[in-house]
Write a protein that binds this ligand. Structure first.
Ligand SMILES: *Cc1c(COP(=O)(O)O)cnc(C)c1O
Length: 223
């Protein structure tokens, strides 16, 4: 096995107080997750509904699961009963569906809004203006079963550190703007989820509160 325990401790040692590690375990077997669990890690992230369901059913129940992938509205009902946070909400439609399903099981689900700032073409994530629009629209205020806790983003997958830093800074500025505008009195709006294996050190330098690290801990994914 890849030296999960040693790698986990190396990553944790890089994180200042107040920055949490979401260990991204997608495509990795339960034994890898258990190796990290035995070292005290309780927060894990997955990006596929079925895989998450299997892991949730077979692994210890005190694991906190974050859903980090693109979530189709028809899959929301399967994860809402147990998921701790849905990190990549990028439409009002998805937010409404999470609210509806959470109401059915009497839960309030913590979510992050996913930003699209990177230069890469992707269908997912809200541009800064789309994010402003979603909040300005105001319908989210009626959704009693979702709690918007902050922002999530992925920087461009490039070597240029200045570019990556710039993208994290853009996200940070938008976070501050939204916080001041809509969530000044909401202490739960405090999460900035940025930083992955190749850029978490930069992310931490730019105000991340939650890094999502997979490969550095568990090794390359076997698809
Ligand atoms: C897979 C994934 C990660 C982890 O990526 P690594 O490069 O393996 O650290 C982080 N965030 C999201 C959204 C992912 O899909």
């Amino acid at each position: 096995m890849y030296d999960v325990k040693e790698n986990l401790h190396k990553v944790l040692a890089d994180l200042p107080a107040g920055v949490r590690l979401v260990a991204i375990s997608k495509y990795h077997p339960n034994e890898y997750i258990m190796a990290a669990y035995e070292e005290g890690q309780r927060l894990f992230g997955e990006s596929h509904e079925q895989e998450l369901r299997q892991k949730h059913e077979t692994l210890p129940k005190d694991i906190e699961w974050h859903f980090i992938g693109h979530l189709q509205t028809n899959k929301v009902k399967y994860i809402v009963p147990y998921v701790a946070m849905i990190e990549a909400v990028d439409s009002l439609k998805l937010l409404r569906e999470i609210d509806k399903q959470a109401a059915k099981c009497g839960r309030v689900i913590d979510v992050l809004l996913e930003l699209h700032i990177a230069e890469e073409e992707t269908k997912y994530g809200l541009t800064p203006d789309a994010c402003r629009q979603l909040l300005a629209d105001g319908e989210w205020r009626q959704l009693q079963h979702v709690r918007i806790c902050g922002l999530m983003m992925m920087a461009s997958y490039v070597d240029d550190e200045e570019q990556i830093r710039g993208e994290f800074r853009t996200a940070r500025l938008l976070f501050d703007e939204i916080k001041a505008h809509y969530f000044a009195d909401a202490p739960w709006f405090c999460e900035r989820s940025w930083g992955m294996s190749h850029d978490y050190a930069l992310a931490v330098g730019e105000g991340s509160t939650m890094v999502r690290v997979g490969t550095t801990i568990f090794g390359p994914r076997v698809y």
